[in-house]
Design a protein around this ligand. Sequence first.
Ligand code: ZN
Length: 215
Amino acid sequence: MNPIKYGAACQALVDTFNALESGQKDHNHWGDVAMNAVRAEIKDHYIAEQNRRCCYCGREYPTDNKAVWDGEHIIAKSVAPHFMFEPCNLAASCKDCNIAKGEDEVRTNPRRKSFSDQSKHYRIVHPHFDNYDDHIRWYGDVVKPLSPKGGELVGMCKLWRFGVTKAGAEVAPPNALVDGMIGVMMDPQADAVTKAVAIEGYKAYVRAQPQKAAD
Ligand SMILES: [Zn+2]
């Protein structure tokens, strides 16, 4: 994914923010009216760059309407306001992924001062530094993490929500292991033995859940 290159006017605004003393870099500046053009430029760039797909759930939202999209800070802006306009810390996400992710820490070392452009310094699948398909596989609405980073992303952004909603359940599978078993069950490529193990594992999980009284 190509990071944004700000236009001259927006770059000047970003430079002004970046030149502030660190104590003055308040994440609330993101919402300043003066920054409207910058936010719009960021959204426009990443919506197009990501082919109108959310950087986390990969769902297509076939609109350029900026009200539908969030300008996403991969490292939350409240946690690290100094990275607020860093091009590789920005992407476009859907509202639900952004809300689910909240202010969760994505860095392996939050005390690191400089911005890292290395995949290994992030706990989740990074929209700029990782290849999504290496870490996440979708079977329709059911997600299967393929790596620890994928598992972290599934948990942080609640990517299980699509399958759960479709199944009519009210609660999420609590961990990536369960997601993984569901993914195997639905994998047309999985061999019979692997599938049988996943099915038994999932049955055991379901049996272990407290029963909810029917009403
Ligand atoms: Zn999303």
